[in-house]
Structure formats: C-alpha cells, structure tokens
Design a protein around this ligand. Sequence first.
Ligand SMILES: [Zn+2]
Length: 274
Amino acid sequence: MSLNFCVLSSGSSGNCSVIWTDKTAILIDLGCSSKYLTENLDILGISPQKLEAVMITHAHMDHISASGFNFIAKNNIPICTHENVLKDISKKYGDKIEKCANITFSKNFELKDLAIESFDVHHKDRNISKTLGFTFFHFLNKRQYKIGYITDTGKICDKIIANLINTNILVIESNYNRMMLEASLRPYDNKAWILSDNGHLSNECAAMAVCKIKKLSTKADSLKYVFLAHISHHNNMQDLALKTAREIFSQNNINDIKLFTAKRKQKSPTIRIK
Ligand SMILES: [Zn+2]
C-alpha cells in the first residue's frame, strides 16, 4: 500500500502532475503533449486505464493543452473541475470538450481511495474567471496523509494557508524573482498583471507562505516535501528560487523540509509514502 506523487512537468511550457495509490491514479492539469504524457506515465508504470480523472486548476493553455485533450479523449478519461473552470475551457476548446466526459463539483468529493477538496486561489485575467487549488487525502497505516497543490496565484491569503495546514507534500508556485521581472523586457501591462494580486507568486512570497503553513501545522511530518513550481524561464532561475527559499526557511528556524524545484519537461523524483 502506498501514496505516490510525481511532477511530470512544471512551468509556462506545460504543467502536469500525477498522484497514484494501489487502487487509482489522477492527473492534475493537462498542459503536456499526449506523447510526453504517454511516455512518462509508462516509465512510472501507470497505465492510462488506471487514470480515474484529470483535475484542472484553470483554463490557461499551459494547464490544459490541445494535445492533452487528445490524450484524455483517446483514453476516455473525464475532466474534473469546477463548473466555472469548465465554462472557461469550453470557450477555448468548445468542440473538444463536448467529446469528453466531465465531472463538475462544488467543493469536496471522492475518487476511489482519494478524497479531494478544492478552494479558490487568486489568478484571473480577461480569459479566465476562476482558478482552483487542491488538497488530496489518503488513508494509509491508519492515518491520513495530505498533498497540497497550489500553482498560479497572485497572493496567499489566510484561507489558502488554512487549507494547506498539515500537508505532507506541498506543491507551491515560486514564479519570479522581483528584480529579474522588473528588469525584463516584457510589456508593462504583462509585468503589472504578473505582480498583481491576480497574477503570479514571487520567490519570497512562496517561501514566506511555506513558513506560515509550517508554523500553523501540528503534525511532526507536515511539509516534509516541498516542490517550488511554475518557475519562470525568463524572470527566475531554479537555483535562485531554491536559495531564496532556503534563506527564508533558515531565518525562520525551519530546517527539516526536503526542497525540490519542479522543472520544465523533466519528471521530478517520485515521492512514495508507504
Ligand atoms: Zn495561469
């Protein structure tokens, strides 16, 4: 019996992760190509038939791609998301989504031996009306384990923190270094949106959020594994995101987190709890 987690790819070129147990598997987001998904799931030993659903955080193309649709249509895997996210996806992929089964939910539901909760995060623009964060729960050895998943948010509010308390594995956006973003040649409007409360999260804000969650958590193995995700290719560097997080953790006397960066088109190590 085990609970397993792997980031298949992270960043503006495509986001996708997979959680699997002995009984089931689910994808989170679908920003990779059908070929990439097929190859990497095969390496992990997960057959497409085992996939119960794909959870979608929001309708930006790096989280749900046309090629990803081909993968789920071919393998008959339902999309699972909030109805407003589904409406955003329909606007972009109308004919494709009509061919897929889909499940909408309000907040909490179960897929086999995984319980799932969703909550709002702060990420909107003129094309998307809603973005979700998720927590996944699984019972193993008479106790509950929790995975938190939050990419794409302009800020971390108290409600988000409350949802992520006592997560054993946390994926959190660490999108940009502020100086690199401000010095970049991006159009002013785009920079202003990234920096806004509905844009993306800086390295510092991500690390501070992890510290807050850690301080409020009551279980000894909370935040044992943290993935810094959605690291910008242009306005950040993997090493810089890690360095910033480690410095802020150290200032807060936190030294028991195994920290990873989630990379572009490169599978992360698999975290296996058993
Ligand atoms: Zn987005």
